[in-house]
Design a protein around this ligand. Structure first.
Ligand SMILES: [Zn+2]
Length: 309
């Protein structure tokens, strides 16, 4: 059951008002730590590839790793290309096995965004792949250390959102309501009424990008207003500094890369566990869960070692 589309898992999230985090599988340690946490919490999960975050790692290498791990996990995991803005990257993602893709035409005029999203949906749906699109514009950057004010975003217009979904047949819509990628300038001021309004007039699940740096109250209230998919990266990523500082302080100049690997896995595991509780998606995985992912992984590693010997 494990590798699914975003449509399959987000439909339940929308109905039961919880959110599924979308986390970037930036390296193997992150993927393993994230999936281990989700299995333990019996939670559905979305793993994404974002070319801006890891331009050094081609999608042809990264995506099959995520797909393979998703298939061996006992929780439902969707894989998605995050912020695909050109057709060729979207096709490369589908060829690499992703169950879902995001086409981000939010910087285009409305009609052009509709036309290009429609094109992607036509091809993706024919291949059983789900599509997320974006309307309005979420400002900021997940990779640069800049602070962004919500006023730099273009808020999603509810009536346009309704029309956009009807015209394109997308499976999930990322909206803008005061959220920004990366660091918020000042206190985040989210337009909850806008989320509620959009939720009430369109039927597909809503996505929120730029979910770092909010309070637990903020997360829970946006989820209650209708957000089902939560893209989270910057806060978690910046949290690696204390981990590295600790390692250096405890190891002196004798930092061993293998310690870094196990520490990294543990870091992503702990952070993800907390996030899953905040998103209220723990225990929401359909079917039974457990430690199968880790058992399978141990078996795979043991087999590989036996072959080497
Ligand atoms: Zn985003």
């Amino acid at each position: 059951m494990a590798h699914v589309t975003i449509k399959e898992i987000l439909t339940d999230a929308r109905k039961r008002q919880y959110a599924i985090p979308t986390l970037a599988g930036i390296n193997l340690e992150a993927i393993i730590g994230i999936v281990k946490a989700a299995e333990e919490k019996k939670s559905p999960l979305i793993l994404c590839y974002n070319q801006q975050l890891t331009p050094q790692i081609p999608i042809e290498i990264s995506m099959p790793v995520m797909v393979s791990i998703a298939k061996s996990a006992k929780i439902p995991i969707a894989t998605i290309l995050d912020h695909g803005s050109d057709f060729s990257l979207i096709m490369r993602s589908i060829h690499s096995g992703s169950s879902s893709v995001m086409f981000d035409g939010s910087g285009l005029p409305f009609d052009e965004n509709v036309a290009r999203t429609k094109e992607v949906v036509k091809v993706a749906h024919a291949l059983g792949v789900s599509v997320e699109a974006e309307l309005g514009g979420v400002g900021g950057s997940a990779v640069e250390a800049v602070e962004t004010a919500a006023t730099e975003s273009v808020f999603t217009d509810p009536e346009q959102a309704k029309k956009f979904v009807e015209l394109t047949d997308v499976d999930c819509l990322a909206i803008s309501f005061g959220n920004v990628h990366g660091k918020y300038k000042g206190t985040p001021n989210l337009d909850h009424e806008r989320v509620k309004k959009i939720f009430s007039i369109i039927e597909v699940p809503l996505g929120m990008h730029g979910a770092s740096g909010l309070t637990e109250y903020d997360y829970k209230s946006v989820i209650k207003c209708g957000i089902s998919k939560l893209n989270y990266f910057s806060s978690m990523c910046r949290g690696t500094y204390p981990m590295l500082k600790n390692l250096v302080e405890n190891s002196g100049e004798d930092v061993f890369c293998l310690n870094l690997i196990s520490m990294s896995i543990d870091f992503w595991y702990r952070e993800t566990k907390q996030l899953l509780d905040i998103c209220m998606c723990s225990k929401k995985a359909q079917g039974d869960s457990g430690d199968n992912f880790i058992k399978n992984l141990s078996e795979i590693i043991s087999d590989a070692i036996k072959k080497q010997i």
